[in-house]
Ligand binder design. Structure first.
Ligand code: 4NP
Length: 154
């Protein structure tokens, strides 16, 4: 899960997806990162922590880090929160295989007609709740798709 700062959107997405993986008894590794390095080493924004907590998810222990080219080797799927993150990730891609791993997370929700997860950083707490709900829907679609992939491989 990749956003800009790795302190608002992608930490919530990481926490949500991990929760769904646990509920379904799956074994899938999930991590998050930011395309920027300004917040590396920090815990998520307090508004992201309290929003996730409201929905029973603890993201307070996450530590921000910058996305790196090695993430293409470590992960099968890379979900960008918005088009600008997508561009920055693709700039680091070394091969067609790297490129094929990257998608916009909201492409998993074609019915909602929104490309980018809004950046809640400059907004209010309500913005964080909206983003959480959006990511919760998107993560349902992502995990359905991952499960389908696994079943096809068996
Ligand atoms: P995020 O939000 O990309 O969802 O973590 C942001 C956090 C910090 C900044 C921008 C976006 N910033 O400009 O510092």
């Amino acid at each position: 899960m990749v956003c800009l700062g790795n302190i608002c959107r992608s930490p919530m997405a990481e926490g949500i997806l991990k929760g769904k993986i646990r509920e379904r008894n799956l074994e899938i590794e999930v991590d998050s990162a930011g395309t920027g390095s300004w917040h590396a080493g920090e815990n998520p924004d307090p508004r992201a922590i309290s929003t996730a907590k409201k929905f029973g998810i603890d993201i307070s222990g996450q530590v921000a880090r910058q996305f790196s080219v090695y993430d293409f080797d470590a992960f099968d799927h890379i979900f960008a929160m918005d088009s600008s993150n997508l561009r920055d990730i693709l700039r680091l891609a070394r091969s067609k295989s790297d490129i094929s791993k990257v998608s916009l997370i909201l492409s998993y929700l074609p019915e909602i007609n929104l490309k980018d997860v809004p950046d809640p950083w400059f907004g209010s707490q309500d913005g964080f709740t909206e983003v959480f709900n959006l990511l919760d829907q998107a993560c349902d679609a992502v995990i359905d798709s991952l499960e389908k992939d696994f079943l096809q491989k068996d």
